[in-house]
Design a binder for this molecule. Sequence first.
Ligand SMILES: Cc1cc2nc3c(=O)[nH]c(=O)nc-3n(C[C@H](O)[C@H](O)[C@H](O)COP(=O)(O)OP(=O)(O)OC[C@H]3O[C@@H](n4cnc5c(N)ncnc54)[C@H](O)[C@@H]3O)c2cc1C
Length: 291
Amino acid sequence: MEFNIISPKTKSELLAAIRREKHFRFGAGCTDLLMELRKKPNENLTIINLSKVIDAQFTGIKKSAKGLRLGALFTAHNIVVNEEIQTGFSALHNAALSLASNQIRQVATIGGNLCTASPSGDISCALTALEAECEILSAAGKIRTVPITSFFTGVRQTALKKNEVLYGIAVSANKKNAKNIFSNFIKVGTRRSMECSVVSLAYHIQTDENGKIIKAGAALGASAPTVRFAKTACEFLIGKNFNTISQKDKEDFAAKVLSYASPITDIRATAWYRKEVLFNISKSIFENPCK
Ligand SMILES: Cc1cc2nc3c(=O)[nH]c(=O)nc-3n(C[C@H](O)[C@H](O)[C@H](O)COP(=O)(O)OP(=O)(O)OC[C@H]3O[C@@H](n4cnc5c(N)ncnc54)[C@H](O)[C@@H]3O)c2cc1C
């Protein structure tokens, strides 16, 4: 397989390359892209290698009163070792930690995870539970933002247009009056590592000092054509007490999460199994919460 690879070093070189090239794909860590091109070789393809672009907004993380902004080239490893994410957003930390292996995490980027739009994308699932916003940069240098819930439009399809690149992801700060954050990423796979999710669930639930739920986010992975935000399940939790929630409410919550699932049977699991697991892990989040 031969490609023409170009490696812009600045944002303006990148934008010029996007405007100039006709038949191209972006490559960041290339952990997904190379697998895809090996299966489906693509003649005369130019790869615009993003990994050499020097631009702190593209590669770094910034904290503000509004929350965190992560560049699309921020890697899974960068997430794992970031203290702010470790303490405030365990769902994202644990999702990144569960991705593949240490070697792959060094190069695999958030942008690549989102843009490959796999229903089993672990970082995508956590960022969906966090209701992140996607910052998209056009070839003309203009930025538009899209809620992550509208970013995934189908299996391996996104809201990105041909000449757009994902530039960053914004995650809102936890609420000021949140006293407890229950946040986790649960991944069920056929092995413990180097394995895509068979089913996954990310949640990020904030309570006041009495345990009353004041904000809730939950997303399911590998259970539908795209990662999905379980909106009605999240709304159902508001006002309930996390510590004393009844068995019926746990099951109602799990049933609402399940209503977003339309899994397939494939080589890794049957649709029936995926639904059973999703229901059970959804119900269990109140019993083994991760703070
Ligand atoms: C052995 C192995 C194990 C894996 N295990 C897991 C796992 O456990 N969990 C999991 O979620 N994933 C897993 N993956 C998939 C992959 O590693 C992740 O999806 C990773 O985050 C992709 O990032 P990347 O930077 O390598 O993307 P790339 O391969 O560089 O790109 C992926 C796609 O996104 C596009 N793209 C990349 N960056 C941008 C951007 N900024 N703007 C627009 N388009 C862009 C590319 O054109 C391409 O279509 C695994 C892959 C391998 C090979």
